[in-house]
Write a protein that binds this ligand. Structure first.
Ligand SMILES: C[S@@+](CC[C@H](N)C(=O)[O-])C[C@H]1O[C@@H](n2cnc3c(N)ncnc32)[C@H](O)[C@@H]1O
Ligand code: SF4
Length: 396
């Protein structure tokens, strides 16, 4: 079983108009060394939740982790190591970086401490659109950052935003082509999601055009050696995000920091637990238990911050996350994890969806077809289970 750690760094130069993540403009939150001290205390308090082991992955996400001093990022890796959560050359360590927030010295420190994957929040190479969504960087700065990464032969990934107001298909094609030319090995396209009434909800490409935009991204990438391996992730084979794969393959992960969500196998069907979204409350919770250690979330987290899953929830999660992968749902794995009658029920649903042309079965995997990909929300709906469907389920 693989295991990884996520670390949330909630600092940003500015708040982008569309962003709903738990993150603060840097002047509106405590200095980063104080936040990292809280993270270190959290490691002390929770390290016994998991067996100490060599880590397969670490992911520094945000926010903008590259904004805080590099030695603070290093201190987190070191602290995990002190508790036996060690890293080696085969540990994938990713950091999200925003253009114009790294320089040679920072990169050297990252590299010296095993950080080997860089996720660049490029978004678009159109300065007008960047300005419109209140991104601080320009396309030129992104290109300079990429030049720096390439000069060190580093592995980097891109985030691309599409379906922005006034964005055109040809503008998006240009963005994807630049991403490919620049040497990204992995690309995550994000379709802008904003609620009705949001300033960015007006003037957006219509739904049909949004589908066309995604198709265009997919076509450009697949004709350039990229493979779609998840609903909204593409990679040159061998460069898939091992950390994100943990989420989609039912592996445990420990997440630290503001709003971070974790998954452990400590109860029959798995346990999810999470931290609060407000920095003041997060700080209060960590300081409240300073110097103490716990063996699981039920010992100290408030009731609304953990959940021992029931079977129907574990089954829903298993189906949804597996079907997000192009490889699909591993029938043997499902049969191993769930009772025979439960697997049989899922199988018959999938067979029905196969009749509609939404899923197909090959090599013991059930996966979305091209038509199913477009209608994935409906597929997920069919694979959502309620408690009363399994009244006699063991430990359900
Ligand atoms: C939380 S950000 C972290 C990375 C980095 N701070 C950045 O913005 O580039 C991860 C990705 O989420 C995307 N994102 C944030 N809010 C979004 C929204 N409302 N709709 C679509 N994508 C969004 C960002 O564009 C970014 O690429
Ligand atoms: S930089 Fe990223 S995390 Fe920060 S506000 Fe913008 S989208 Fe959100």
């Amino acid at each position: 079983m693989a295991f990884g750690v996520y670390v949330h760094i909630p600092y940003c130069i500015q708040r982008c108009t569309y962003c709903d993540f738990a993150t603060y403009e840097q002047s509106k939150i405590m200095p980063p060394d104080q936040y990292v001290e809280l993270l270190i205390k959290e490691i002390h308090q929770k390290h016994r939740y998991y067996q100490a082991q060599k880590l397969d992955t670490i992911y520094f996400g945000g926010g903008t982790p590259s904004l805080i001093p590099a030695h603070l990022i290093v201190s987190i890796i070191k602290e995990l190591g002190r508790f036996g959560f060690t890293t080696g050359p085969d540990t994938e360590i990713t950091i999200e970086i925003n253009p114009a927030t790294v320089d040679k010295e920072k990169l050297q420190i990252y590299q010296d401490h095993g950080i080997n994957r860089f996720s660049v929040g490029a978004q678009t190479f159109d300065d007008r659109l960047l300005k419109m969504v209140h991104r601080e960087h320009t396309a030129r700065q992104t290109l300079e950052t990429l030049e720096l990464l390439r000069s060190r032969d580093l592995n980097f990934s891109f985030d691309i935003l599409f379906a922005l107001p006034s964005q055109t298909v040809s503008g998006l094609r240009r963005d994807v082509q630049i991403a490919i030319e620049q040497g990204a090995k992995h690309l995550s396209p994000y379709c802008l999601t904003v609620p009705d009434g949001h300033p960015l909800s007006k003037g957006r490409p219509l739904e049909e055009e949004q589908v066309e935009m995604f198709d265009l991204i997919s076509q450009e990438l697949s004709s350039n050696a990229f493979k779609q391996y998840e609903i909204s992730n593409f990679a040159i084979p061998g460069f898939e995000s091992r950390h994100n794969l943990l989420y989609w393959t039912d592996q445990p992960y420990w997440s630290l920091g503001l709003s971070a969500h974790s998954y452990s196998k400590s109860s029959r069907w798995g346990t999810r637990y999470w931290n609060v979204n407000s920095i003041g409350e997060y700080q209060k919770q960590i300081l409240q238990f300073e110097g103490r250690e716990f063996s699981g979330p039920t010992e100290h987290l408030p009731e609304g911050q953990f959940e021992n899953l029931a079977m129907h929830q574990a089954l829903t999660d298993f189906c949804h996350t597996s079907m997000r992968l192009m490889r699909g749902l591993d029938l043997a794995l499902m049969q191993q994890k769930f009772p025979a009658d439960v697997s049989q029920k899922v199988k018959s649903i999938l067979e029905r969806l196969q009749g509609r042309g939404w899923v197909s079965f090959s090599g013991n995997y059930w996966s979305l077809t091209k038509a199913g990909l477009v209608l994935s929300n409906q597929v997920f709906q069919e694979l959502t289970f309620l408690e009363n469907e399994f009244p006699q389920g063991p430990n359900s």
